[in-house]
Write a protein that binds this ligand. Structure first.
Ligand code: NAP
Ligand code: HSE
Length: 439
């Protein structure tokens, strides 16, 4: 049987899973690849650190040159997170003639153009199925299986950590800090979990999907985004009371004015498939003109689901399939965009506004008046008496109560401005929380 020698650079959560699949299930990968994928080297930063997998003698090294200088190693799974040294190492690997498999969406979203151009110049390829939605094969589906379609839009849960956090908070009443720690222990979170909870990771993945599915050239920083770090248990309870679940949704919608892109915690009506996605699972609902509406669902983070996508890419690269799609897709090339982005402030939507206000006459009229001044029509108002609190300071007793307003359709810009104005009202005790609503 033929042999293709491969290497892993970076062996944390995902790299360990990749080593497990290659070493423990070599027969399976050989059957699917028609050749043995022989793990020749694993490059790590600290050879004395305890690893979660038993590796054959001589496999581990701290010296990247042992991979760069070995022309027999053809495919490298680059499993280092973040921008540097991941970028420099990836370029060195390309220069030394390796084809790359990576899960690093931050690196692709930031330096995709440079890396893909260099790979093309050198006649090499970069495969990245694991960079979006973990174990769900969404990259292959969008770039190959749906290539006869025009995509009209997608609605997705793309960050496993955020979905784990909101599920645990809503279902178990768990505290935000405790659940983040659990997500880190379970290997879902990024080395810096801020990227998960502030919407950055989902925006980076959405930028990759927008590029692939809509031909947009997106700087992920231009995507309007809010993370789940604004949420509290009060929002979970209010959403539940109103018949919704809160999910961090990434949306791409093709309109006559251009492509809408945004990431935001969103109230999703219970019973909709996206509302029922629990824990670290991800889901992507894709609206296509020929195939119709497709729903992809499964584990979006974690060791083995992500390793599954990486090893599949290693097989595709070893047998030459990646080279073909890499050549035809021309990703992050100098081709002009097929679609322009809509200006974020013009994006339409219905909103949930939660305010904590002093309970006194005239408060509702001030808030409704401010919304009216910004052209925003109220769909419903809920005063949550059960969640009110009483405070005594300076000999005065004040009662504060949460008020939730659902608006009719308005624009991102109008809702932002209205919230800024509401926050200046004397009767408003805490900054207003603004979330999107998907009925
Ligand atoms: P991780 O657990 O933090 O592992 C990163 C590994 O890179 C560590 O083993 C670290 O070495 C190694 N490393 C860092 N700098 C290095 C260097 N200069 N030379 C060699 N090794 C170096 O991260 P992870 O969760 O496996 O994620 C890896 C990538 O996959 C990231 O881009 C992440 O965004 C992406 N991803 C992760 C998941 C997930 O569920 N975890 C899912 C999809 C995509 P030490 O062990 O010595 O510190
Ligand atoms: N930290 C990421 C998440 C890993 O939680 O979704 C998968 O990309």
């Amino acid at each position: 049987m033929k042999v293709t020698k491969v290497a892993i650079v970076g062996m944390g959560t995902v790299g360990t899973g990749v080593a497990r699949l290659l070493l423990d299930h070599g027969d399976r990968t050989a059957r699917h690849a028609g050749r043995t994928l022989w793990l020749e080297k694993v490059v790590i930063r600290d050879i004395n650190k305890k690893r979660q997998v038993d590796l054959p003698e001589g496999l581990l090294t701290e010296d990247l040159n042992e991979v760069l200088d070995n022309p027999e190693i053809k495919v490298v799974a680059q499993m280092i997170g973040g921008l540097e040294p991941a970028r420099t190492i990836l370029l060195k690997l390309l220069e030394s003639g390796k084809d790359i498999v990576t899960a690093n969406k931050a690196l692709l979203a930031e330096h995709g153009a440079e890396l893909f151009d260099r790979a093309r110049e050198l006649g090499r390829s970069i495969a990245f199925e694991a960079a979006v939605a973990g174990g769900i094969p969404i990259i292959t589906n969008m770039s190959q299986c749906l290539s006869a379609n025009q995509l009209n839009g997608l609605q997705a849960i793309l960050n496993g950590t955020s979905n784990f956090v909101v599920t645990q908070m809503a279902e178990k009443g768990a505290s935000y800090d405790k659940v983040i720690q659990q997500a880190q222990e379970l290997g879902y979170a990024e080395a810096d979990p801020t990227m998960d909870v502030d919407g950055t990771d989902a925006a980076q993945k959405l930028a990759i999907l927008a590029h692939l599915g809509f031909g947009a050239r997106v700087n992920w920083k231009e995507i309007a985004r809010t993370g789940i770090d604004v949420l509290t248990q009060t929002d979970m309870k209010c959403a539940d009371h109103l018949g919704y679940r809160i999910k961090l949704l990434a949306i791409a919608q093709l309109t006559k004015e251009g492509l809408e892109l945004h990431v935001s915690p969103t109230l999703v009506k219970k019973g909709r498939p996206l509302a029922e996605v629990q824990d670290a699972n991800n889901a992507i609902s894709v609206d296509c003109d020929a195939a119709g509406n497709l729903f992809f669902y499964g584990p979006g983070a974690g060791q083995m689901p992500t390793a599954s996508a990486i090893v599949a890419d290693m097989i595709d690269t070893a047998v030459g399939r990646t080279e073909l799609t890499f050549e035809t897709l021309k990703l992050w090339s100098k081709q002009p965009p097929r679609v322009n982005l809509r200006e974020p402030n013009t994006l339409a939507g219905e909103f949930y506004l939660r305010l904590t206000v002093l309970e006194q006459p005239g408060v509702l009229s001030q808030i409704a008046g401010t919304l009216g001044e910004h052209g925003i029509s109220i769909k419903s108002i809920l005063q949550q008496e059960g969640l009110s609190k009483i405070e005594s300071t300076d000999g005065q007793t004040r009662k504060y109560v949460p008020i939730v307003i659902l608006t009719h359709k308005t624009s991102e810009g109008a809702s932002r401005q209205a919230v800024a104005a509401i926050n200046t009202l004397k009767c408003v005790e805490q900054q207003c929380i603004r979330l999107r609503v998907l009925d």
